[in-house]
Design a protein. Structure first.
Length: 277
């Protein structure tokens, strides 16, 4: 069944007409990466300490949507949608504002990601299983913290639990297809084998943390929100959701513009980086 799930997610990504730029045959996303984590994985309880008590566990989300489980068994199905080469290339040369293609991917590409979430919930229901997409439930909400905005479910942390990558200096998520992507997940009572976590800790794929090298994302950030001390979420938010939106949102005709400069033109853009910058 795990193979069937992977094939269905991949088929939807590659065949859906919603995964296409306006007036173009170019896709927002290439073939996905997919991983599984058990809903009872102790890491999800640990996230309540690492992220905050407000961060919900898979069990809490699944039971709040569909009622109590007889057994605490099930799976968090996670995917990574790698952003296509042409979109990454268009953003690579930008210095201050994201490219139009990148903005379209952030806006319309995430709408497609929601379609994929909905599709997989229906797919699971049709085979007699429970399914819930955390981001599309009433349980998902933004949370203000002293460090900036957070949320009650982190797609990146779920993907980490599912063996798909590690975190980076800019708070991105470095997978075998790099840091330029969108994440998604659904939770189900279907039991699938958990994926291995083939890395050394939470930042093992980042050259800056792993080898004391690189830091290319620092220079790429036009908001000075990244330094050797990490990522300033407040600076990043103000620049991404206010300054950028005010500057090019109307020109691009999108509500969610994004930025992505620290995810392109860096060694981890499309792969796990090795060696020096």
């Amino acid at each position: 069944m795990g193979k069937t799930i992977c094939e269905e997610i991949t088929r939807f990504v590659l065949e859906s007409p919603a995964n296409r730029h306006p007036e173009s045959v170019n896709p927002y996303f290439d073939a996905p990466l997919i991983g599984f984590a058990a809903i009872g994985d102790p890491l999800f309880l640990e996230y309540k300490r690492i992220i905050g008590d407000y961060h919900l566990t898979p069990l809490e989300l699944l039971e709040s949507a569909s009622g109590p489980l007889r057994k605490v068994e099930g799976t968090v199905i996670c995917w990574i949608l790698p952003i296509s080469f042409k979109t990454r290339a268009s953003n690579r040369g930008q210095k201050r504002w994201p490219s139009r293609e990148w903005a379209y991917t952030r806006n319309y590409g995430e709408l497609f990601n929601n379609l994929l979430r909905e599709h997989m919930v229906k797919f699971l229901t049709n085979i007699g299983q429970r399914g819930v997409a955390p981001i599309l439930t009433g349980g998902w909400h933004m949370v203000k913290t002293s460090e900036g905005l957070s949320s009650s479910w982190s797609e990146r942390h779920a993907a980490y639990a599912a063996g798909l990558g590690t975190f980076s200096l800019n708070d991105g998520f470095i997978t075998e297809r790099g840091v330029a992507h969108r994440c998604g997940s659904v939770i189900t009572d279907l039991v699938l084998p958990s994926s291995l976590r083939p890395y050394r800790g939470r930042v093992g794929n980042c050259l800056f943390y792993d080898k004391g090298q690189c830091g290319a994302c620092i220079a790429r950030c036009p908001a000075d929100a990244i330094s050797g001390d990490g990522h300033d979420k407040k600076k990043c938010y103000l620049y991404t959701y206010r300054e950028i939106t005010g500057a090019v949102g109307k020109e691009y005709c999108v509500d969610a513009v994004g930025c992505g400069l620290c995810q392109t033109g860096v060694p981890c853009e499309s792969a796990i980086p090795v060696g020096k910058r």
